[in-house]
Ligand binder design. Structure first.
Ligand code: SF4
Length: 401
């Protein structure tokens, strides 16, 4: 994190933190120490989930002037401008129930594909997850506000990514208990956005109506990312996940039937407390049976403050890591087979900021034969595979595959 920061002119550094794993916390502390070591006069403000979870811990680090929880994030400018005395000032309170929108220019992500957060928080209670206690209950941006934001982003960008902590719950807290599909329909009807992409959506929120809309609209990227976590029924129960493997498979196979060339991705965790060899094998074979095109595989690490962290039967770290390697190898093989089917064919690609690469509708990296203007959508003829993506036909120098 700190390596990417150019501190030469910085009077103030704002670190927006994650606390989803213990190693995310380590990264934040390391970044703070590096910044303070390299430029002791720079003031550091730490915000985000780690700040919300453990403000005192962060306030004690050298160089940290302010710790601002998610509860007070929108007040950062006032906090910074209004402070006369510094040193470990803490602004953390209970998370509100309203959705706090960031200005649309702050939408994160690759600048050719802005990421618009339309939902925050989560009302689930997965036993490994700290997010509900640092982000609060699920809450949604008003549809009118999202339509206005997407309309204004669509004037500048071709692709807009809708995101949230639990995006599939969008609208449930709004009058009329709306659904994500209602929002997507309105965005297609009321904005000129050329391509909408949904980030992660919990599997059971991929309703038939949402999948059918995705399949029939050429303006929605054919990309389904549904967190799985485990393919073992028993492990899912221990995780307090709300679906069983058969429910998950039903959604993915339905999506696949409607969108045969769709990208299918999942987050998967290995070595959850108590995961036996047989349970891991259930998970592995379940994953193998489904048409995933990529996986994000995480090695379980205990998150203090969650029920799973106190479970007595923690899996030895070397076993967790071995399982991670097994699933990563499986994911790599599936991804390669998926990419292979596009060689010699044309795919729709949005060009990214460098102008040298783009992202296909179905989430594959594409290297162009010649530089393109950033932020355009075009059909690209595929010549072959790169190490982790595809290259355009006509490339002189073929990257190793
Ligand atoms: S659904 Fe996701 S964010 Fe919510 S508790 Fe479970 S893992 Fe955490």
């Amino acid at each position: 994190m700190a390596a990417a920061i150019d501190l030469a002119e910085a009077d103030l550094v704002v670190l927006n933190t994650c606390t989803v794993t213990a190693s995310a916390d380590d990264d934040v502390r390391l970044a703070v120490r590096r910044i303070h070591r390299d430029r002791p006069e720079t003031k550091i403000l730490v915000t985000g989930c780690y700040a919300q979870r453990a403000p005192e811990e962060l306030a004690a680090l050298p160089g940290v002037e302010w710790v601002v929880g998610n509860s007070h994030k929108v007040a950062i400018p006032e906090i910074v401008m209004g402070s006369a005395e510094y040193h470990g000032e803490i602004h953390v309170g209970e998370i509100g129930r309203e959705f706090l929108a960031a200005p649309v220019d702050d939408a994160l992500g690759d600048r050719a594909r802005p990421n618009l957060k339309v939902q925050d928080g989560c009302s689930n209670k997965c036993s490994f997850c700290i997010i509900p206690s640092v982000r609060g209950r699920s809450r949604s941006a008003e549809a009118e506000q999202v339509i206005a934001q997407v309309g204004s982003l669509a004037a500048k960008y071709r692709e807009v990514v809708l995101s949230g902590i639990n995006l599939g719950r969008w609208g449930r807290d709004l009058p009329g208990r709306l659904r994500l599909v209602d929002l997507v329909r309105r965005l297609l009807d009321e904005t000129p956005v050329e391509r909408l992409r949904l980030s992660s959506v919990e599997p059971m929120d991929f309703s038939d109506a949402l999948l059918e809309l995705m399949a029939t609209s050429p303006r929605i990227a054919k990309h389904v990312h549904a967190p799985l976590q485990s393919g073992s029924d028993i492990v899912l129960r221990r995780m307090h996940r709300k679906y069983r493997p058969r429910h998950y498979a039903d959604r993915i196979l339905k999506a696949r039937a409607l969108m045969p060339e769709c990208a299918f991705g999942a987050d998967v965790m290995t070595g959850f407390p108590g995961e036996t060899d047989a349970e891991f094998e259930d998970s592995r074979s379940f994953i193998e049976s489904l048409p995933f095109t990529y996986l994000h595989v995480f090695t379980y690490s205990a998150r203090p403050g969650t029920p799973a962290a106190d479970a007595p039967n923690q899996v030895p770290m070397h076993v967790r890591r071995e399982r991670t390697q097994i699933l990563r190898a499986l994911a790599e093989a599936k991804n390669r087979a998926f990419r292979q089917q596009f060689v010699g064919r044309s795919v729709s690609v949005v060009s990214l900021m460098s102008g040298r690469t783009g992202l296909s509708e179905n989430y594959l990296n594409v290297t162009f034969a010649s530089p393109r203007q950033a932020n355009r959508i075009e059909n690209i003829q595929i010549g072959g595979l790169t190490a982790d993506g595809l290259y355009e036909s006509g490339m002189l120098q073929v990257l190793p595959s």
